[in-house]
Design a protein around this ligand. Structure first.
Ligand code: 0WD
Ligand code: CA
Length: 401
């Protein structure tokens, strides 16, 4: 087992500007879409929430009973569809030359780790064709989600548990209320006015795969994009520059809530920063789920915003046991992230198919480690677990030329 001390930091944070390579989407029927035109027409939505509507007491639990929610086991990050979209891209443009291929959300966990020391991480890594394919351990992830839900159910009153579920829903409802399916000029009046009647779901998802990198490590990250700020640029413009991340939060009234929000804002920064998403829109709601205000954050300004907050380093009321959380520093987190990727890239031989790897963070012992996975478990990851037969066939066919 190899370990990386938690205080490791890369000397610099040289970052490549993220560039979109391709997109794919999931529709309401749980089908994946790869056709660009179809995606633009059906899966991309646009931000639109004028002040008059915000002042209209939008109810973010409206339609809760009709929520069309995807089962957890179907929402674990579908690697097969990412690889299929990658293959389609490569058939036109050739093999994507990166070191690591993964979902953005998994990298957010690593980037945010220095200030989330209680959250475990378990990722499987397969080296194949000179690249590392990184995916969460599905079994563990699903078990954790199920157990966390069961724990809440057991520990909370039925009313409180219901409240938690409604909080979850309110995020998706905010997305439905803050977006329109076409640019404003192409929308009909009913499209805009009937948003509150729309049945909310979390099947529909638009995913952008970008090329980025930190230090010497080049990466392909696939991440969900909530909506477009103004328009999708044609010929040559960078779509990433137009993307928006939507979030909701309890309106902030007490110092404790400021600290809780700052921790959330840090995670949202990490998530958005990785994809090059420039804008984050927060909808603030009260305890009755009424939307009170909307705040737009520029992602690049958040590190300074957090740094300058005098409450950032006081007693962390949100942490279990009243733990004094370390002062959040986005640059320090980035240097940690850079060091991790550098370490992974150096430690894992990219052409050795005799083993796979497990990257773990264990909150109990506070160890960050890489462990070899051999034998049957390695074979399983290489045959369907992470790599799909279709994708391997595609990459093999490239080698024959
Ligand atoms: O453990 C896994 N294998 C995960 C899979 C963790 C996180 C996401 N996913 C799935 C997503 O559903 C999506 O299909 O992978 C795909 C790409 O997601 P991503 O952009 O890499 O994921 P992330 O940045 O963590 O989350 C983006 C969105 C969330 O929006 P918010 O505003 O809450 O960050 O993906 C959804 C959610 O809408 N999402 C989840 N939905 C239900 N349960 C979860 C979850 N645990 N995690 C992310
Ligand atoms: Ca979001």
């Amino acid at each position: 087992m190899k370990t990386l001390p938690l205080n490791t930091r890369a000397p610099t944070t040289a970052l490549k500007q993220p560039k979109e390579l391709f997109t794919f989407a999931r529709d309401i029927d749980n089908e994946w879409i790869y056709d660009r035109e179809h995606i633009v027409k059906e899966a991309v939505s646009y931000y639109y929430l004028p002040d008059v509507q915000i002042n209209n007491q939008i109810d973010l639990q409206g339609g809760y009973a009709k929520f069309k929610k995807i089962p957890e086991e179907d929402n674990l990050g579908d690697f097969a569809s990412l690889l299929k979209a990658l293959e389609i891209h490569e058939r036109e443009h050739g093999k994507v030359g990166v070191d690591i291929i993964t979902f953005r959300g998994l990298m957010t966990k690593i980037l945010a780790l220095p200030y989330n020391l209680l959250d475990p991480i378990d990722l499987n890594i397969v080296a194949y064709d000179g690249q590392l394919f990184v995916k969460s351990d599905e079994e563990l992830e699903l078990r954790r989600r199920t157990e966390s839900d069961a724990k809440q159910k057991a520990e909370l009153t039925p009313e409180k548990y219901e409240h938690v579920k409604r909080c979850e829903y309110s995020g998706y409802k905010f997305e439905a209320m803050a977006t329109i399916p076409k640019p404003w000029a192409d929308c009909t009046r009913p499209m805009i006015d009937k948003r509150n009647k729309k049945i909310v779901n979390n099947y529909e998802q638009y995913i952008s795969a970008i090329r980025t990198g930190i230090g010497k490590v080049k990466m392909l990250l696939a991440g969900e994009v909530d909506c477009v700020w103004d328009f999708l640029p044609e010929d040559g413009g960078e779509p990433v520059d137009h993307y928006v991340e939507l979030k909701t939060s309890r309106a902030i009234e007490t110092n404790g809530q400021v600290i809780t929000f700052e921790r959330k804002l840090f995670k949202t920064w990490a998530q958005s920063f990785l994809m090059g998403t420039k804008k984050i829109v927060y909808g603030f709601r009260d305890d009755l789920f009424i939307l009170k205000s909307v705040e737009i954050y520029e992602t690049e300004k958040i590190p300074l915003l957090i740094k300058n907050n005098p409450l950032n380093n006081v007693e962390d009321a949100a942490a279990p046991g009243g733990r004094r959380g370390p002062k959040i520093n986005c640059i320090s987190a980035l240097k940690w992230y850079g060091a991790v990727l550098d370490w992974i890239s150096k430690e894992i031989p990219k052409d050795d198919e005799s083993m796979s790897w497990r990257l773990s963070y264990d909150p109990g012992s506070r160890t960050f480690s890489l462990l070899e996975i051999v034998g049957e478990a390695n074979q399983k990851l290489r045959n369907g677990g992470i790599l799909s037969p279709e994708f391997k066939q595609w990459r093999q066919s490239l080698k024959k030329d």
